[in-house]
Design a protein around this ligand. Structure first.
Ligand code: GTP
Ligand code: MG
Length: 445
């Protein structure tokens, strides 16, 4: 029913009418401007580049001020990100500027994971925004939007091409952020080498499918300048906060024994082009692209991951309510499956334990039987020994009695016939001794 109503309105014919006079809604753009100006703007720049490549100096030069400038050491264990937010004002426009620097980028021996903290940081800002957007009570109008609008990727001027770290990092970043590559410290390379390096970098980016930010050419007013600037990428920049006198003017430059490199001189470097493109012409497009393109992609993937979709299997529009109901059903079915599998697991475990216990009981029983048998065997042996000993004792006692009788008879004989000589006495003693000895020490029977 609701879908039909929408169709009716969609097919409704629109008529163009002439106004009789000035009504006033032509001030709408001005209203928008004054509202935006009152609200202020925010812009977030991410500077990715090796330690000491000139990130801070370029930021100071771009905004013609001095931001906090803490030098990084070359001994960081891993890449970190340092962010700082500043309130800037130019004419009546307030800008909340956040500058995020990589710290320790390119300093580790193993650079495989160097891109990770950067992509994680960008995703975290998207996640924060999504969470705010999904809240029931949202306050997006005064929310500090920390999503990265542009990534200035600093390429070292020495070398003939991009380092693999640069290629990998830019490839990982290109779907998350608008990348503008810049060749840093361009004053340390000759014009010929610089031109060659620019061509090489661009061909490597193209052949590796790295999408860098293209200045938009839809708007006629800026189409020409933007399309010509697109051909000059990557910008070769020089940064300096030093002012020197050239003619009767003070200019930002880097002073050398042989002369000076003027930052804002377009024949010396592309600094002015970068500032023009980044701050004066395309700042709003960078903000818009971040929201409409990069954030949108993150949001879509995240919501799809959570099970939300716009169309059902029959390609019909799928409402949030339907998604919620489907998800709820899926969740309950999954829960039931989990419950069932857990119950099954428990039953199996109990069965296993029961079987183990039975096995143990059987083993114990066998052991008990074996011990019992051993015990009976030993008991039988002991009985046997006891019986033997008793028999020995009886035999011994019998002999003892016989010996005592023999001894009695002998003593009686001696007392009736007195010995004539000592020799006879001795013979008689030996006779008794041998008899008694043979009684006690001959084997018992
Ligand atoms: P970390 O924050 O420590 O990683 O360094 P960084 O990338 O912010 O570099 P920084 O701006 O601190 O500059 C490091 C050194 O390079 C300083 O001595 C600067 O004067 C010098 N420098 C900066 N920009 C340029 C440039 O365009 N050309 C040359 N030749 N030197 C530069
Ligand atoms: Mg720095």
């Amino acid at each position: 029913m609701a879908a039909n109503e929408v169709d009716v309105y969609a097919n409704e014919e629109k008529r163009t009418l002439e106004l009789g006079g000035h009504v006033g809604f032509d001030s709408l753009p001005d209203q928008l401007v004054s509202k935006s100006v009152a609200q202020g703007f925010c812009f977030n720049i991410l500077c990715v580049g090796e330690t000491g490549i000139g990130k801070s100096t370029l930021m100071n030069t771009l905004f013609n001020t001095t931001f906090e400038n803490e030098e990084a050491s070359h001994y960081e264990q891993e890449v970190k990100l340092r962010s700082q937010t500043y309130e800037l004002q130019e004419s009546n426009v307030n800008l909340k500027l956040t500058i995020v620097h990589t710290v320790g980028f390119g300093d580790q021996i193993n650079k495989e994971e160097s891109f990770k903290p950067i992509t994680d940081y960008i995703d975290e800002q998207f996640e924060n925004f999504l969470e705010e957007e999904l809240k029931i009570k949202r306050s997006l109008w005064n929310y500090h939007d920390s999503r990265i609008h542009v990534c200035l990727y600093f390429i070292a001027p020495n070398g003939h091409s991009l380092k693999s770290l640069d290629l990998v990092t830019m490839k990982k970043l290109d779907s998350k952020v608008n990348i503008i590559p810049v060749i840093a410290k361009a004053d340390s390379i000759s014009r010929t080498d610089l031109d060659k390096l620019k061509i090489k970098i661009m061909s490597e980016l193209v052949s590796n499918g790295v999408q860098i930010y293209q200045f938009p050419t839809e708007d006629e007013a800026i189409a020409e300048i933007n399309s010509s600037m697109n051909t000059l990428l990557p910008f070769a920049v020089v940064g300096s906060t030093e002012d020197i006198k050239v003619g009767n003017k003070m200019v930002k430059a880097r002073l050398y024994p042989w002369g000076s490199v003027q930052v804002e001189n377009e024949s010396h470097c592309d600094f002015v082009k970068l500032r023009e493109m980044l701050l004066r012409v395309n700042m709003e497009d960078l903000r818009e692209q971040t929201h409409a393109h990069h954030y949108e992609l993150y949001r879509r993937c995240k919501l799809e991951e959570m099970g939300f979709k716009d169309k059902g299997p029959d390609s019909q529009p799928f409402s949030l309510q339907e998604t919620y109901e489907t998800k709820r059903k899926e969740f309950f079915i999954e829960l039931q499956h989990k419950e069932e599998s857990m119950r099954q697991m428990f039953v199996n475990k109990v069965k296993e334990t029961e079987a183990e216990l039975k096995e143990k009981e059987k083993e114990l029983h066998e052991r008990f039987e074996q011990l019992k048998r051993m015990h009976q065997e030993e008991k039988k042996n002991l009985e046997e020994k006891r019986r033997e000993l008793e028999e020995e004792m009886n035999a011994f006692n019998r002999r003892k009695v016989a010996a005592e009788t023999l001894m009695g008879q002998a003593l009686q004989g001696c007392s009736q016939q007195p010995f004539k000589k000592d020799k006879d006495k001795k013979k008689l003693f030996m006779f008794f001794f041998c008899h008694i000895f043979s009684f006690f020490f001959s084997p018992l029977s």
